[in-house]
Design a protein around this ligand. Structure first.
Ligand code: AMP
Ligand code: ZN
Length: 114
């Protein structure tokens, strides 16, 4: 996806503050953080939205959760808690159409979200 912001980050064309990487997953700090810890965990494979997942992608999405668990431990927020969010399409607030999991932590988060 040549016009996808997060594919460009994956390719190194656009810089990002990368904090985790393996064969399938990349994580980097959100450029506009909404909490002291706010990072984005993405599959290296381009998938536009949850609606666009195909059967095999459930394995990839599971790897995002595994990465989240590892990152939470590295950040020292596992016990205090953290929030994982995936927005799907405009009404949910999705602005970048490459699936990503937000990780928010290190402050008290309210519920329901806005
Ligand atoms: P969403 O609204 O769920 O699509 O989330 C997109 C997120 O990407 C927002 O929280 C943005 O702040 C973040 N974002 C946009 N551009 C960049 C970038 N170049 N590097 C890191 N995060 C970004
Ligand atoms: Zn992409």
């Amino acid at each position: 996806m040549s016009d996808c912001l997060f594919c460009k980050i994956r390719e190194g064309v656009i810089p990002a503050d990368i904090i985790f990487e393996n064969d399938d997953v990349l994580a980097f700090n959100d450029v506009n953080p909404q909490a002291p810890v706010h990072l984005l965990i993405i599959p290296k494979k381009h998938i536009s939205t949850v609606n666009d997942m195909v059967d095999d992608d459930q394995v990839i999405m599971g790897k995002l959760f595994s990465a989240a668990r590892t990152i939470a431990s590295q950040k020292g927020v596992s016990d205090d808690g953290y929030r994982l969010v995936v927005n799907c399409n405009e009404k949910a607030g999705q602005t970048v159409f490459h699936i990503h999991m937000h990780m928010l932590a290190d402050r008290a988060l309210t519920w329901p979200p806005g």
